[in-house]
Structure formats: structure tokens, C-alpha cells
Ligand binder design. Structure first.
Ligand code: GTP
Length: 364
């Protein structure tokens, strides 16, 4: 079995952190999302993975090379963004026509049983089978109308509020038959959701497979924070302190918390709940850190408070600084001493913030 992982998106909604790393390499529990996905594919028995890449393609090549987890890794490198369908067509030669294959949107984490999905696809002799997940608000996603025998009769991408045919959304996990290549025009960007699935649905060749395991999309900062939160919730250990981490006197840890190796926490600091701290980060004394993800090598100085934020790599947060909910701080940013950022402030990488920010804004 082969799989294509769509990994070429720009990740606009996760800026500024996606300016310096592809969305698929954002850490989930201190490990890139794509590492988790590749591990699951290897467990399923997938032998070859094609990464459909464009934006920051080299970061993938550098990290995964030609093989990982016992699977071969090949790269389908697009010259221009080919979008979801065009990217699959572009990888046609690497995938070949021998067998069905899996396609995954790379920006989701799921524990779906791929084998069950593949089995159902074969039983139905479908051209495409879409994994379907039930959500409360389907307006951001593709939704379907499903018959009792799991045939999709209607596929609607991002239906306006209240107009979706159901709450079952396209989970971004598909099994496709090689026949799919005949449905995707070559040589231009194609959205599989807008151009191909509606056509297949009309022809009765599109099936759905509902599942209820974990499914998390990390598309927006709040989704990304939620993803880490869910992963902490489902983790068997509620407190993970990495090798060589040093916790000072009177440090209070409110589980669940995950601290990577080499992290230092100064005395009287309070960490958690729902905190993930990346490798070699230094937290000073009396720091309050909750509901946040901190990327590696950051510094959060004495008496600083960080709540509900994502702090990029090698960021420096000064003494007494306050970072509020929904803030996203790009890599290598410096927030000076005594600075307060109000809710939902984003700061572009490498900036220095010298003045308080009292309203939601992007500092670029
Ligand atoms: P936003 O800009 O924030 O919408 O993110 P995105 O560019 O990643 O787009 P989206 O979330 O819709 O993409 C879903 C999946 O398809 C992600 O895994 C993307 O990496 C991938 N993807 C999107 N566009 C392309 C493309 O042109 N080529 C390839 N190879 N993958 C793509």
C-alpha cells in the first residue's frame, strides 16, 4: 500500500509561525505532526509514502530523506501550487496504477483505523472513499449527503451556515482507486473538493466511511492549541518531564504538562494546566504559564505571565511581561521587559516589541 501526504500548503492561517516552518512540522506533544502521521502509516503496513510538497519543500527532504519508519519516502515537488487534486495528479507517476492508495491532508492528526477505511473502499468498489467525521459546525469544511449504504450523493465544499447537507465533514483522509487520475485534469491546479468529488458523487462512485476516533485539524492557531490540549488529554502520562530538565524550588506543576529535555524552570514558577514546553527553553522565577505551547529554545523571564498563547522558537519574553490569550509570537521575537500584549496579538518573526499592545493586531 502506498500513501500520498499533501504537504505543500502555505499555511496562511497559521502565520506568523508558518512563515518559518511548514504546518506539517509544527510540534504536537513536542514532535512534528508529520512524525505522528508517518508512525501511524507505518503501523498500518504502508510501504511507500509520497510527500506532495511545494512550500519549504527542503525542510521535509532534510528531515525525512529517502526512508523513515521502514517506509520509502519520495517527493513530488510541484513547480507551482497544484492544490489538493492537482497535487495528486502530479504524483501519478510515483504512485502508479497498480493499486488503491491512501491520500492524507497533512495538517490533521487522526487515529482513524486506515485498514477499516481501505477494507470498506474495496467492498464498495468505489473510485474514492472519504473518511467522514461528525462536527457541530461544518461550515469550514466539505459536507456530504450519505445514503444508508454509505454512498455519497452530494458533496458540498464550505456550505454557508445552516445549508450543509449534514454534519458529516470531509476529514481529509481518502482511499482512491487509480481510476481517479482520469478525473483530474493535468497541468493545472485542481481542487479535489470543488472539482472532482462533486462529479464523482453525481456518478455514484463516491463513498463515505464515518469514524469516531480522534480527529484534529491544526489549520488555525486556536485549532493548533486545541490539538495539543487533546493530545495531552489522551496521553497516558499526565506529567512528562524530559531528560535533563531542571525544576527549581517550589515550582508548581498543574497537570497535564509536558516539558521537553534540557528545560529549566526557576523557583516559584507555576506551569499548567495544558502546557507544552519545547527543548532547552528557560523559564525564570515566578513565571506563570498556562494553556500554552512553547517551541524550543525560548526564554521566558522572571515574573512573566503567558496564558493561552503559542510562543515560537527562540523567542525571548522579558521580565514582568504579560502575554494574553490567543497571542501567537513568531520565532526569534523579543518582547521587552514590562510589556503587555492584549488578547489575539500576533508578532511576526524576529521583531522586537518595545511598547504595550492594547488591541488585537498583527505586528509585522
Ligand atoms: P491555509 O493557507 O491556512 O488555508 O493552509 P494550506 O495552504 O495548508 O491549505 P489547506 O489547509 O486547505 O490545505 C489542506 C492540505 O492540503 C494541507 O496538508 C496542505 O499542506 C495541502 N495543500 C494545500 N494546497 C496544496 C498544494 O498546492 N500542493 C500540495 N502538494 N499540497 C497542498
Amino acid at each position: 500500500m502506498k500513501a500520498i501526504i499533501l504537504a505543500g500548503g502555505v499555511g496562511t492561517r497559521l502565520r506568523p509561525l508558518s512563515c518559518t516552518r511548514p504546518k506539517l512540522l509544527f510540534p504536537l506533544l513536542n514532535k512534528p505532526l508529520l512524525d505522528h502521521t508517518l508512525e501511524r502509516l507505518a503501523e498500518t503496513g504502508v510501504k511507500g509514502v509520497t510527500l506532495a510538497v511545494k512550500f519549504m519543500a527542503e525542510s521535509f527532504m532534510k528531515r525525512y530523506g529517502e526512508s523513515t519508519n521502514g517506509m520509502t519516502i519520495s517527493y513530488s515537488k510541484e513547480k507551482i501550487p497544484m492544490w489538493t487534486g492537482g497535487a495528486i495528479k502530479y504524483a501519478e507517476e510515483l504512485i502508479g496504477h497498480e493499486d488503491q492508495f491512501l491520500v492524507l491532508n497533512g495538517d490533521i492528526f487522526t487515529t482513524i483505523d486506515y485498514r477499516g477505511l481501505i477494507h470498506e473502499h474495496k467492498e464498495n468498489e468505489a473510485v474514492a472513499t472519504i473518511a467522514l467525521y461528525s462536527v457541530e459546525d461544518p461550515s469550514r469544511y466539505g459536507t456530504v449527503k450519505l445514503t444508508d449504504d454509505n454512498r455519497i450523493t452530494q458533496f458540498v465544499e464550505k456550505a454557508p451556515l445552516g445549508k450543509a447537507p449534514s454534519n458529516l465533514i470531509n476529514a481529509g483522509v481518502y482511499v482512491l482507486d487509480p481510476e481517479i487520475f482520469d478525473y483530474i485534469p493535468a497541468g493545472r491546479p485542481v481542487s479535489i473538493e470543488r472539482e472532482v468529488f462533486p462529479k464523482l458523487a453525481k456518478q455514484g462512485k463516491l463513498f463515505g466511511h464515518t469514524f469516531t476516533d480522534i480527529w484534529i485539524d491544526i489549520g488555525k492557531p486556536e485549532d493548533y492549541l486545541r490539538a495539543n490540549k487533546i493530545m495531552l488529554d489522551v496521553s497516558t502520562k499526565k506529567r512528562l518531564i524530559g531528560f535533563g530538565a531542571k525544576l527549581g524550588a517550589e515550582v508548581v506543576i498543574n497537570d497535564p504538562v509536558m516539558v521537553d529535555s534540557g528545560v529549566t524552570v526557576g523557583e516559584n514558577s507555576q506551569i499548567g494546566p495544558y502546557v507544552i514546553v519545547g527543548r532547552d527553553t528557560v523559564l525564570g522565577r515566578n513565571v506563570l504559564l498556562e494553556n500554552s505551547v512553547v517551541f524550543p529554545e525560548a526564554t521566558i523571564s522572571d515574573n512573566a505571565t503567558v496564558r493561552g498563547a503559542v510562543i515560537g522558537e527562540a523567542v525571548t519574553i522579558g521580565e514582568n511581561a504579560r502575554i494574553s490569550e490567543g497571542c501567537v509570537i513568531g520565532d526569534y521575537v523579543t518582547i521587552n521587559d514590562n510589556i503587555t500584549l492584549s488578547k489575539h496579538v500576533t508578532v511576526c518573526h524576529s521583531k522586537e516589541v518595545k511598547e504595550n499592545v492594547s488591541e488585537s493586531t498583527n505586528i509585522i
